[in-house]
Design a protein around this ligand. Sequence first.
Ligand SMILES: *Cc1c(COP(=O)(O)O)cnc(C)c1O
Length: 484
Amino acid sequence: MNRKLYDKLIFDLSCPGRRGYDMPRRLYDDIELPDAVLRQQAPALPEVDEPTLVRHYTNQSTNNFGVDTGFYPLGSCTMKYNPKINESLGADPVIAALHPAQPASTVQGALKLYRMLENMLSEIGGMAEFTLNPFAGAHGELTGLMVIHAYHDSRGDSARTRVIVPDSAHGTNPASAMIAGYEVIEVKSLADGTVDVDDLRSKLDETVAAVMMTNPNTTGMFEKNIPAIADAVHAAGALLYYDGANLNPMLGVARPGDMGFDVMHINLHKTFSTPHGGGGPGAGPVGVRKGLEEFLPSPRIRRRGDGSLYVEQTSDTALGRVSSWFGNYTVFIKAFAYILAMGADGLAMAGKLATLNANYVMNALKDVYLLPVPGPCKHEFVFDGLADKSTGVTTLNVAKRLLDLGFHAPTIYFPLLFHESLMIEPTESESRETLDVFIAAMRQIAREAAETPDLVKSAPHDTPAVHPDDTEAALHPKVKFSDL
Ligand SMILES: *Cc1c(COP(=O)(O)O)cnc(C)c1O
């Protein structure tokens, strides 16, 4: 069957008079509506029969690539498998029927789950308190920086106008610092990808509010100098922020709070297996060390002497709200289910397997792809394109050729430390067999780059959309049916 017929726009499949389903007339025949509210013309909706409609949408749904359809080694994003039990618990009708404005006495169980998840994250991160409210990692960063701002303000310390960010950082770090009202100062990385501690020290003074670090950093390397960095940051009166997007390999092994971090966020949609789908809904809970709890945003869930829970909307020192209601509550249920299903031992094993998988893939490919930062990595690693630069085949070409071979592309051109970054994160979800097929595909592409470079440069060949004009799409996006 030529599915291309059904890949047309649903409007192009329309034929006047065709019907998928007719409403029984008696349902609305008796209803009298005033003429003024009646349509003069029928709406311009597509008219299609039911099989056409079903085939159109079913085929559309298979044009997408997801972690349920194949291997998705998107570095930095931790596209681990999203267990289906999480989804069914999140969709439980009892939970779906809750309203966030219900009196606390009628939702004690839901409030308890919220508090328990906060406490679990505090234990995992080595922090005193967490809030679950922020909607994403970047939103968590902004919230964390606002907490830091509130802390300095509470001490009357208004001279701190700058935030230090390593040049290897995720782009959200400088963006969040700017939105929180800070000037961003960049600190260099050494050849091994870790932060240049001397450069960092030279930039620390009484104008610095915070230093943001990611550990392992975006090259997948563990930053060994955190205790020394924490001492220097604290001696300068600043706070140390942990971007927890890379917490996965640390689970049950090391805790940011123990290393000297003051504030952190966690991406539930990365480390704790909740879906990323289409940019959300996500959650970026924020944790703080002892002494900073009072600045966390509203609402807070508190316990009375009799053990019952209640919702405190604002306190004098808190930030106020950073989200509607309590944040993305169904995401919390999924992360909660995952943590309970894994248990402490399971989480620690997940982190170690993520590290093992990354090292396995890295070692199997490092003779044909350029490894700029050698040595064991944590949960991810970065190649600087193909080892043989003479073929003219770029990282973008490799990524597109991988689509033909049935894989989602890795993250490309990030981190910015290298020109041809190709960032691979297998996660712990993947079997040895999947990793081996991926390794074989990557080696095939390296071989093709040498023997038939045009085949790689003109990829992809087999995807539903082949060569869209990226520039045209960015400059003149066609976002409406009527633009097409
Ligand atoms: C994903 C990521 C973020 C941002 O998280 P979002 O949930 O996408 O906003 C921040 N830092 C790093 C290192 C990340 O990988």
